[in-house]
Ligand binder design. Sequence first.
Ligand code: DX5
Ligand code: ZN
Length: 216
Amino acid sequence: MIKIAPSVLSADFVNMEKSIRLIESAGCEFIHLDLMDGRFVPPITFGHHMVKAIRGITDLILDAHLMIEEPQNQINFLAEAGADYITVHWENTVHTHRIIQQIQNKGLKAGISIIPSTPVSAIVEILNFVDLVLVMTVNPGFGGQKLIPECIDKIRLLDKIRQDKGYRYLISADGGINQQTVKLFRETGLDIAVAGSAFFGSEDPVNEVLLLSGRI
Ligand code: DX5
Ligand code: ZN
């Protein structure tokens, strides 16, 4: 069964606590936090202060998705803020193995993410070391975009590599996931589907999670 990780990018920033309680009441385990810096992607969202504030009010697993330049500078801040997972992009980390180590040495789980134009082959050498692979199914930066279905084959390939090599990473998909598109991920090996607008835009987010995860 696919786990749903709501992204607070589409939450009500004035009522963040209410948004977090909604995620809790929907029975989710993960909260997806999109950090954007206006450089790697055009928008700016929030940094470790917001992560710390959210950590202060919930025990759910916090996955910080770093869409920022020089992500290595944020690891200590985010570890102190209480993030559980830090996911960095392959596209802007030259010393990918080092930053994965840096995250894990802090006692956190480390994820690697790829944008739609990056193939799985780019990250093959790091797969043995990561705890999570985040496959972007839209171009990063904005919520509410249309899913690029060609990206889904990457999840099948990542699942095959995981089985063949006995690796341990979770596979997550991010962008354009809703009640219709989530069906495309069945039987692909996907563990976690990130949902921003589908969750917070729903009239009944609790029921939405049941529908998205395939429980009803
Ligand atoms: C986009 C972010 C996503 C975003 C997904 O760059 O990484 O996490 O919140 O939003 P939806 O689910 O609306 O496509
Ligand atoms: Zn994200």
